[in-house]
Ligand binder design. Sequence first.
Ligand SMILES: O=C(O)CCC(=O)C(=O)O
Ligand SMILES: [Fe+2]
Length: 256
Amino acid sequence: MWNSIIITNQQRKNEDIKKVINGKNSSIVIKNFLKKEDCQKIIEKISTMNIERDSKKFNHIGPFLMNYITKKEEYFDSAEEANEIFKKIFLNVEDPINKIKTTISKFFPNYEVSETKENNRNYASCTIRRHTNGKSIPLHKDNVSYEGVEYQVSKINKQLSCVLHLQETEKGGNLSIYNKQWEKKLERHREVEFGYNPIVKKNIVVDTIKSEIGDLVIINPNYLHEVKKIQGNSDRVTLGIFFGIEENTKKIFSWA
Ligand SMILES: O=C(O)CCC(=O)C(=O)O
Ligand SMILES: [Fe+2]
C-alpha cells in the first residue's frame, strides 16, 4: 500500500528504507525525532540572528543546490557561509544534522557516511526553509543525477530526501507524494519556472503526510511530490538534507 511507515527512532528497521527506495511505501515518518523544545529553540534562535536569506524569493537559509546548477563557485561560497550560520543556530540543542546523518547511516550498516567535499570545499550541510501563509511547493522531483551533472554528488546511485519539521502550520502545508516516479519523458510537461504540469499526477495514487513539530520525513524524491498551500498564521519551517547512496564505494554523501 502506498502509505507511510510511521515509527519512532527506536523502532527503526533496516528494511524500511528499502521499501521507500523501491516505492513499496511512500515515506518513513519518524515521530518526535527532535525534541519539541529543541525545535522551538532553533526557531527562536533564527529569529534573533537576523540572517540574510539565500534568496528573497525562496526564503531559505543556506543555498539549495538546484538553484545553483550553473553557478558552482557561488554555491560553494554560499555553502561555506551557511555552514557557519548553522553551527551557531544549533549551538544549544541536540545537533539535528548529526542526528539525521546517524539515523541514515544506521539504515545502511555496510556503508560509511563521508564528508561531502568537492575540490576541498564543503557542500551545504542542510537548508532551512520557511514557507509563509499562501505559499506552496509545486509538483516536482529531486534527482541530482539528472539535474546536477556539474557536481560530484550527481554520480550517486540512489537519492533520499530528509525533512525535519521545526514548526508546524495551523492548517494546510501537507506533503503529497504520488506513486509515480519521474522519468525523462515527463520533461515535456515541465513548467517554465519550476516543476511539472499537474496533468502528470492525474489518476495517480497519492499519500498525504501531515507533519507535526519534531517529525522527520524520509522520501525517495524521484517520486513526484508537492507541498499544498499553507494556511493560517504559523509558518511552515523545515530543515532539509539530501542523501546520496554510492553503491560501488559503499559511501553515503549528504548535501542540500
Ligand atoms: O517540505 C517538504 O515536506 C518536502 C520538501 C521537498 O520537496 C523534498 O523533501 O524534496
Ligand atoms: Fe522535493
